[in-house]
Write a protein that binds this ligand. Structure first.
Ligand code: SAM
Ligand code: SF4
Length: 324
């Protein structure tokens, strides 16, 4: 469907939990956040029903996210349930990769189309400082296994001066000898991210070119989102930039988000949206849910205003609660 500003909305990010097995400095406080009681989380069947309603409106691509999606029991089955919805062409996942080696075979069996693995550094000590957990080797293993299994892999990294600014060129090398795209995502001033120093995409590019030579723009299609891709000489995979702050792309935004508690969120920046859990639990059918979703999407905000002043409708949740 199109929203009130004429943008095609065909992509839904579905957060299945607010819990996580890491504590990334830009996402969660060290002590974590008070988790939602389990009864507040949509069940797998309820998530599937909302997604089926959204598919009636033209949602065709779903990204399963979290918190860490793989800590949610039944997450692999959910992938199969979502793939079975008429109209859903693609189900992908964003994960920190820690549990991926264990879950990958079942995910592939259930039809997972691609995986985004978050990894900000190849240096074990920096990884520990960034995530507060010593599990860098698990994530490296996850990338290797996913590539071997023939799953499309993108590595997502958040460049932050204090933590990984010196290791970005090395991180990009994950794309050198294997079909892995490495994408640099600008830190957003959300939750814990407000207190750190983002490195803008242009500066990341400068650092990569200094180490690896000039980049050439890549025009081919590589995903559902706003990433801009480049080739580096001799690299098999591409290098992507998602620069929501320095190069706003709200005019072509194609997505809405469903939180683990069933809130349909229309824009990362604002808490505008609609709570669907009560409707789902009071027995609303797919058609009825689709109408509620349609009405909400018509009011999707025109653009974020992360550089602006605080507004009453600004969202104060962490990224782990929102789903990234
Ligand atoms: N746990 C999974 C993971 O890390 O991939 C999925 C959830 S996580 C919230 C989704 C994405 O949001 C990750 O790629 C993470 O790096 C990103 N993220 C978290 N906080 C962010 C922030 N303040 N600005 C930009 N991206 C952020
Ligand atoms: Fe967990 Fe992902 Fe947030 Fe890191 S970015 S704390 S892995 S939800």
């Amino acid at each position: 469907m199109t929203d009130g500003k004429g943008r095609t909305i065909d992509y839904l990010r579905v957060s299945v939990t607010d819990r996580c097995n890491l504590r990334c400095v830009y996402c969660m406080p060290a002590q974590g956040v008070e988790p939602e009681p389990y009864e507040n989380l949509l069940t797998l069947e309820e998530i599937t029903r909302v997604c089926a309603a959204a598919a009636r409106l033209g949602i065709s691509k779903i990204k399963v996210t979290g918190g860490e999606p793989l800590v949610r029991k039944g997450c692999t089955q959910l992938v199969g349930m979502l793939k079975a919805i008429p109209g859903i062409r693609e189900v992908t996942m964003t994960t920190n990769g820690v549990l991926l080696p264990r879950e990958l075979p079942a995910l592939v069996e259930n039809g997972l189309d691609a995986v985004n693995i978050s990894l900000d550094t190849l240096d074990p000590e920096r990884f520990l400082a960034l995530t507060r957990c010593p599990l860098e080797a698990n994530v490296r293993e996850a990338i290797g296994q996913a590539v071997k299994a023939g799953v499309k892999v993108k590595v997502n990294a958040i460049p932050i001066e204090e933590y990984n600014g010196g290791g970005l060129a090395q991180l990009a090398e994950l794309a050198k000898d294997q079909p892995v795209d490495v994408r640099f995502i600008e830190l957003m001033p959300i939750g814990e991210g407000k207190n750190l120093t983002p490195i803008p995409g242009q500066e990341v590019r400068r650092r990569l070119e200094a180490a690896h030579g000039p980049m050439t723009p890549w025009e081919g299609k590589r995903g559902n989102g706003p990433a801009v891709y480049y080739s580096l000489p001799g690299f098999v995979g591409k290098i992507g930039f998602i620069s929501a702050i320095s190069q706003e792309f709200c005019g072509s935004c194609n997505r809405v988000r469903l939180t683990s508690t069933g809130y349909l969120k229309l824009c990362l920046h604002y808490n505008d949206g609609v709570a669907l859990r009560e409707a789902v639990r009071s027995g609303a059918g797919e058609e009825e849910l689709a109408e509620v979703i349609r009405e909400a999407i018509l009011h999707k905000p025109l653009h974020h205003d992360f550089g602006g002043c605080e507004t009453a409708n600004m969202d104060h949740h962490t990224m782990a609660q929102i789903g990234g």
